[in-house]
Design a protein around this ligand. Structure first.
Ligand code: FE2
Ligand code: FE2
Length: 371
């Protein structure tokens, strides 16, 4: 690929490179048994469905300012102020700023999450014991490299606006990569981080229905991610129900509860308010309490909860934590084996429809600021 850096991603305080030192057990599998047929068939699928980031039509002109302006002309500010009750009513120019920055922020976190997935999957190749899981993970490594490539190119070349990794996401990625237990890497990356991304990508695709380039990118990435989440579920199936002591299970519960907290924090757009020079405390409090945004944050768990249930990890302690976050409503949703895709939950579609019906201009969805 021919690449020239433009509008580089802002760096965290740690600088251009940061490293974490963990102990990693690298496992050879000398029997090459290849008996897990479901993993092998996912591996075959992964190979057949691989795509090339260079095939994306990068000539598409992306002018988000114009797209948001069309929504504003349709009365988006009035709608937003009525439905979301911001601390200060948002004029068109402020809402435009907020939408563009929130969108760049969310996409930047996807980029950083993809880099985490790239590194975590490379680690899985080394420490998962079964050969067929190594095969699949190796294929996933190539997928994740492509995901980093497309999000990075979109952010730097098309948006020209981006954010460094959210500290909570950075912390979670470090923990996932540092943990020597292979199942915790799977659990953290394939079930939690990717499960959340899968649901969030679905919403992004709805909100950006009028931007063809991101539609194409997200559709391609989602097809890969749904396989990745499915891989995590299949690889972990049975382990927590049959093979773990109560102490080991308790450690996994602690991990899920802490990771859930970090993932919820990572969805808060505080860095946007800070960069815009708005009162970050006031605006963050608002974004925590506003029903629409609360609804968005909850729905990003719509795939995670049924997958945890399938794995036997919706234990009384996890249930208790999830009950407090009002996340148990997703427990009877279809898991990633029953339904690999992640359609946005109907409550969210209804909310978005409510916006659309109230808007004069077709396609005038509330936009990424709703995250
Ligand atoms: Fe990915
Ligand atoms: Fe992935």
């Amino acid at each position: 690929m021919d690449f020239e850096q433009t509008n580089p991603i802002p760096m965290p305080e740690s600088g251009a490179f940061s490293s974490v030192k963990g102990t990693l057990e690298t496992v050879f599998d000398w029997q090459y048994e290849l008996e897990r047929k479901n993993l092998l068939s996912l591996y075959e699928k992964g190979k057949n469905l691989a795509w090339n980031a260079s095939d994306v039509d990068w000539s598409i002109d992306v002018d988000l300012e114009r797209l948001v302006q069309t929504r504003l002309d349709g009365g988006l500010a009035k709608m937003t102020n009525e439905l979301m009750q911001p601390p200060v009513p948002l004029e068109d120019d402020k809402l435009l700023e907020m939408q563009l920055h929130t969108n760049a922020f969310m996409l930047s976190q996807f980029l950083h999450g993809e880099q985490g997935a790239l590194l975590a999957t490379a680690k899985i190749v080394q420490n998962v014991p079964w050969e067929e899981a190594k095969f699949y993970a190796a294929n996933q490594v190539a997928d994740e490299a492509r995901h980093v490539e497309v999000y990075h190119r979109y952010l730097t070349e098309k948006l020209g606006l981006s954010y460094q990794v959210h500290p909570s996401l950075g912390k979670l990625l470090d923990e996932i990569i540092l943990d020597p237990r292979w199942d915790v890497t799977f659990l953290g990356m394939q079930i939690l981080v990717e499960g959340l991304a899968l649901a969030a990508f679905g919403v992004l695709r709805m909100q950006m229905a009028d931007e063809p380039l991101i539609q194409d990118i997200v559709t391609r990435v989602m097809a890969d991610e749904s396989r990745h989440v499915g891989f995590g579920v299949l690889a972990l199936e049975g382990i927590y129900r049959n093979e773990m002591s109560s102490t080991e299970l308790r450690e996994r519960e602690d991990f899920i509860i802490e990771a859930t907290e970090l993932l919820r924090e990572r969805l808060l757009v505080t860095p946007v308010f800070e960069r815009l020079g708005w009162d970050a405390d006031v605006w963050t409090k608002w974004s925590i309490e506003t029903p629409f945004m609360r609804g968005f944050r909850q729905m990003t768990f719509s795939k995670i909860v049924p997958n945890l249930k399938r794995l036997g990890l919706l234990t009384p302690r996890v249930r208790d934590a999830y009950e407090k976050l009002d996340l148990l409503k997703y427990e009877n949703y279809k898991d990633s084996v029953e339904e690999p895709e992640a359609p946005p939950p109907h409550e969210l579609v209804e909310l978005l429809m409510q916006f659309m019906q109230n808007q004069a201009v077709e396609g005038a969805l509330p936009g990424p600021s709703a995250s």
